[in-house]
Design a binder for this molecule. Sequence first.
Ligand code: PLP
Length: 390
Amino acid sequence: MLYFDHNASGPLSPAAREAWLEAQERFPANASSLHRPGQRAEAALEAARANLAAQLGGNAAGLVWTSGATEAAGAVFGHLAQEAGAGAEVWVSAVEHPCVFESAVRSFEGRVRRLPVSGGGVLDLGVLQAALSSGRPAAVAVMAASNETGVLQPWEAVQALCRAAGVPFVCDATQWIGRLPAGGLGGCDFVFGSGHKCGGPVGTGFLSVGASPFRLRPLLCGGPQEEGRRAGTQNVAGAVAFAAALADCAVRFDGIPERLEWRDCFEQELCRLLPGVRILGAGEERLWNTVAFLPPAFADCRQRWVVRLDAAGVAASSGSACASGKEKPSHVLEAMGVPPGDADRVLRLSGGWETAWGEWEEVARRIGEIFGRLRVADASKESKTRKKAP
Ligand code: PLP
């Protein structure tokens, strides 16, 4: 199977697997225990924290281990809602992942404002700037890179606008980390990510509260772990493996220009094979690993492209992992102006560092074959309809 669904989840990297197995063997104790095995586990956890903080260009003391990005988003908006004055709004980009949007809605009820994006899926900075000149929300949330299209958001500019306005900035960096250099993200008021998107284990994640002067009100309460910011026994081997996975990605960043070339060549091939195809976010800065596109429509649309691709040995996605299987069109595509009738044809292919150029070529070939079969079926249907016509 050609695996092109890394934005949903990817395999554990060899570096992370090795680190996980070693940590599991060497540090079996509870990191909160006072005996020496406990202290050794704590030291390993803190070394992983320092390692991750260095990669984010942030402060280790502000980094909280979580079970993933969803938990981190729930913690951030729960915290913000308790800190905010009654009636305060929270502003989120229209293309945020559901874990951000739904956490914001749950914590702020009817006080969530969506910030618009362009047809290319990029936040409209002018709208944000104008809004900040007259209003002061409890926070602004803009992701670093889109899980559905790979489009990069101008998070550094948003960070600067928020800082100037004295408004906390929340950045979901789940799809950015491990794919692009993360230095600078640690300076966001709140930034979070998930291990399994970049070669780490599922069930690991982090929330960095940057240089925020306040304590994080915990989502999970109980023990005093993570400086009282997240209760529960810490996942030492998971944290060690997550940090190792990210460090392993970082040594590959020199390969980004080549990967961007592969992505562009693949898209050119798609345009040649599928006349009329629309590449989502074309012309915008995007992740090197993600291609989202809208294939042309055919009369025979009973079977979705993603199912046809699966039968052809390609694992792809029709949108974000959380949206797949749902009939509702993706809110991201809607915000980008893709008509609801077209949205269910959109396909997302997302590779990983191990994905070879030959695999991209092979996927293009298989897509071309499916398209050819659909075109033949369409033409014969049309000629039958013509024959039946009086
Ligand atoms: N944010 C983004 C951009 C994502 O792509 C995802 C998962 O697809 C999440 C958050 C949630 O991550 P997790 O399911 O690991 O908590």
